[in-house]
Design a protein. Structure first.
Length: 179
């Protein structure tokens, strides 16, 4: 059983039902032929990949979790409306020395079946990079799975600069916009 499954399967087994169709050829980042990887990383504790992908034409965006031979979650179904299923938030503070270290925090979130999934990519001046996936039910964190920073492909930053206008909400400034 993988990390997401260990973290939430007993609570919401219906969430983890996506199974690759026979003959589906997923790449290492869970991409299908013709898709582009926006952000992807490996979660060592669960032995799975978390990926945000989109069609090159921008027709859809999707999140997939699992392995190339065992997709645990795919959200949402690929369609132009998929962009409206995601929220992006960010907070950035330049380094000022001392306790005021520079940071750049990024969150891409979606909700399905009563759970909130938050994919994070954080960079802090003194502590380095942190990536991962949090699964929440209301304010309760059901799972917080750290990703391996050596496996990062892409970034969440395109949602701030090029893709944010397609999402249901995209907020952030030099003041906190994160929950």
């Amino acid at each position: 059983m993988t990390g997401v499954a260990r973290g939430v399967a007993l609570l919401v087994p219906a969430v983890l039902t996506a199974v690759p169709a026979p003959g589906t050829d997923y790449g290492d980042c869970l991409e299908l032929p013709g898709e582009e990887v926006l952000f992807s990383f490996f979660v060592p504790s669960g032995g799975e990949v978390v990926s945000i992908l989109h069609s090159p034409a921008g027709d859809y965006v999707a999140c997939r979790l699992g392995a190339p031979d065992a997709i645990e979650l795919e959200f949402p179904e690929p369609s132009p409306a998929s962009w409206g299923c995601f929220e992006y938030a960010w907070y950035m503070r330049p380094g000022m020395g001392g306790a005021n270290m520079g940071m750049d925090l990024n969150r891409l979130a979606f909700e399905t079946d009563g759970l909130r999934y938050e994919i994070y990519e954080d960079r802090e001046e003194h502590t380095g990079s942190l990536i991962g996936l949090r699964v929440l039910s209301g304010d309760v964190v059901l799972a917080d799975m750290a990703g391996d920073t050596a496996t990062i492909a892409g970034s969440l930053l395109p949602f701030r600069f090029e893709l944010g206008d397609r999402l249901v909400s995209s907020a952030g400034t030099g003041t906190s916009q994160l929950p």
